[in-house]
Design a protein around this ligand. Structure first.
Ligand code: DGY
Length: 434
């Protein structure tokens, strides 16, 4: 890609602002929330909303806090915060609300998603212009965040390994290569007829395959049949995932810091105690022969046979500060991947036979993941590499605008357009990374 960009910095900032404003659904019945993009994802998504709050912060700080409030208001009585919240009906998205059957709150999916919210609250508070307002808002969110994290600990922590499991790929990274083998064991004969709507809006080459969709829907049926009380005993998919686990550990430490800062010591103690145990559990996902963190199928008792982007997030949470040798091994691997592609950071090993530069979580770049990797790199003193990742994100947006994801080989934009979390990453982080 040439350095002659399609958009200037000023144009990108104006477009990012307009993207969030157009995707804002504050006037709908559900309260303040932002759709990831119109039509393709017309509801509220959990980790999208948390990252999008960072973008709102640059436009309207109070709106940023409202986004997080709406997200955590959707918490289930047991503490789980669902991955999709359906504030209204839509003709353009499948699965619709009815597919999920009876859920405790009646307005959501039955799975959760990567718990980035506590880290986003910390980042919002650190950058607050209206400190008193921000502290007050953050303080009201802490007990809910604590309850959600405790839910992960109680419901998703494998007793033997101490690792955190996902019950559905949608909880972490939809069609990532990590799930191919465990998903192959899922019997999909329970799936009623359905029509995908995503393929009317995005090129099929950039979306999960028909087989993956069938498997995803089968797990929805399994969750529904189990009354959304999910466990390793009743679900056909239960996979320990270094990606979600690292996010949770980072979120626990951020929750502890927030709680110290805001005088909620009991939460700080809980969060640190969980974080220490989770850190020990993360060790069970380190594969010595591969020198990498890998996903582990808890039902079949086997590790993934390749390295995926989940291998990098323990730089954020899961590798103790003092363990610079381990961090160095992970960083070497990031550098090896980056030597193979033009743009950082692909979501799958570019040397792997499974790598597809355009298919969703099997190769494309996700700028929100880049933010977390860059944060982890800075934690271990690699500001140079964090800067390169920021600069690549800046280039991608100036060339292609606010696409859902990007091709790490060719730099082209992929998936949905006018995408909220990409706009948020520009406003919060990338605009100054020329
Ligand atoms: C989708 O529909 O593709 C979403 O990623 C599910 O959460």
């Amino acid at each position: 890609m040439s350095r002659v960009y399609k958009y200037s910095v000023e144009e990108c900032t104006a477009m990012a602002t307009e993207t969030l404003q157009k995707n804002d659904r504050s006037n709908d019945v559900g309260g303040a929330f932002t759709v990831p993009t119109d039509r393709l994802y017309p509801h509220q998504w959990n980790w999208d909303s948390a990252f999008v709050a960072l973008g709102w912060k640059e436009i309207d700080e109070r709106r940023a806090w409202a986004e997080l409030r709406t997200l955590l208001d959707a918490q289930w009585p047991d503490g789980m915060v669902p991955h999709i919240i359906y504030h209204s009906r839509s003709e353009t998205y499948f699965p619709d609300l009815d597919r999920w059957g009876k859920t405790p709150t009646g307005n959501s999916s039955g799975f959760t998603q990567n718990p980035v919210a506590a880290s986003c609250v910390k980042w919002l508070l650190e950058g607050a212009d209206d400190d008193a307002y921000a502290r007050n808002e953050a303080a009201t969110l802490l007990p809910k965040l604590n309850k959600w994290h405790q839910w992960f600990f109680d419901h998703r922590r494998d007793a033997e390994t101490g690792a955190i499991a996902i019950a559905h790929p949608w909880e972490s990274r939809d069609n990532a290569c990590d799930w191919d083998v465990p998903l192959a064991a899922v019997d999909t004969s329970n799936v009623p007829k359905y029509t995908r709507k995503d393929l009317l809006l995005v090129d099929a080459q950039q979306r999960p395959t028909p087989l993956h969709y069938q498997q995803f829907l089968s797990l929805v049926e399994a969750g529904k049949a189990n009354g959304w009380q999910l466990s390793a005993e009743n679900m056909p998919f239960w996979v320990a995932d270094p990606f979600i686990m690292a996010i949770l550990i980072a979120a626990e430490y951020d929750l502890a810091l927030l709680s110290d800062e805001l005088g909620q010591q009991a939460i700080a103690i809980d969060a640190r105690a969980r974080a220490t145990q989770l850190e020990a559990g993360m060790e069970s996902l380190w594969v010595e022969s591969a020198q990498a963190y890998r996903a582990y199928d808890l039902l079949a008792g086997q590790f993934a046979t390749h390295n995926d982007i989940g291998a990098f997030l323990p730089l954020c949470g899961g590798i103790a500060d003092a363990n610079t040798a381990r961090a160095g091994i992970v960083i070497d691997q990031i550098e090896r991947w980056l030597a193979r592609v033009e743009f950082a950071v692909p979501s799958h090993d570019p040397e792997s036979a499974m790598f597809e530069s355009q298919r969703y979580w099997r190769g494309p770049i996700w700028l929100v993941v880049n933010l977390m990797i860059a944060t982890g790199l800075r934690r271990f003193g690699r500001d140079d590499l964090a800067l390169k990742i920021g600069q690549d994100g800046h280039r991608l947006i100036r060339a292609s605008g606010f696409k859902e994801s990007f091709d790490p080989v060719h730099g082209s934009g992929l998936g949905g357009d006018h995408f909220s979390w990409t706009a948020a990453m520009w406003l919060y982080w990338l605009k100054d990374n020329a």
